[in-house]
Write a protein that binds this ligand. Structure first.
Ligand SMILES: [Zn+2]
Length: 197
């Protein structure tokens, strides 16, 4: 949390500003790494942390809470549109990690830009039933800019959606609603007191 705003597990923080190259344990190749000081400074919502973003995608964890998605409904919130994908039909390639259904609802509730994009129809809500994992390979120029070393290296991981069901923001809400009420019990207790008066 930062103030009253939940911060995604994968967001980087302003103290995590230095980059270097190391072996990625998930993809088994040299990758761009950055300092690890989550919670220090300010959260940078638009900048996923290199290691944490690769970790959650490689291990199928949730973008917001960081817990496992393996046995949960998997939700994609992404601006990416489907692209033709050879013999297997259409696929969506996205850098945003997937989310629990309730965590997707929380993200939309707290993020003004996600909410605006849902209303505008440019953010797609998908229930993912089949996916696979990839990792971007950064050019020498990009790695040089990050780390000062001129070489190629892995960057952020990507989720490739192979099968999904198109959903909408309203579909996310039924699970989220009881949790939101439970988080503010004083509101339920206030009503009977007010009725007596
Ligand atoms: Zn979650």
């Amino acid at each position: 949390m930062f103030g009253n705003t939940p911060v995604p597990f994968t967001a980087s923080w302003s103290a995590e500003e230095r980059f270097h190259i190391a072996e990625c344990r998930y993809f088994g190749r040299p990758a761009v790494f950055q300092d690890e000081q989550p919670g220090v400074g300010k959260p940078l919502f638009g900048k996923p942390h290199m290691q944490r973003q690769r970790q959650v995608i490689a291990r199928c964890q949730c973008d917001l809470c960081g817990l496992s998605l393996l046995t949960s409904t998997k939700v994609s919130l992404s601006h990416a549109r489907p692209q033709p994908h050879g013999a297997s039909g259409w696929a969506v390639l996205q850098v945003e990690p997937m989310l629990h259904k309730r965590c997707a609802a929380t993200s939309i509730r707290f993020c003004p830009s996600l909410r605006a994009d849902v209303e505008r129809g440019t953010l797609f809500v998908r229930q993912v039933t089949s996916h696979r994992v990839q990792c971007a390979i950064l050019s020498e120029a990009a790695v040089l800019e990050f780390t000062g070393e001129r070489r190629t290296a892995l960057g952020h991981a990507k989720v490739e959606l192979l099968r999904w069901i198109d959903r909408d923001a309203a579909w996310l809400e039924p699970d989220a609603e009881p949790r939101r009420r439970a988080a503010f019990p004083e509101q339920r207790e206030a009503a009977p007191g007010g009725a007596r008066a």
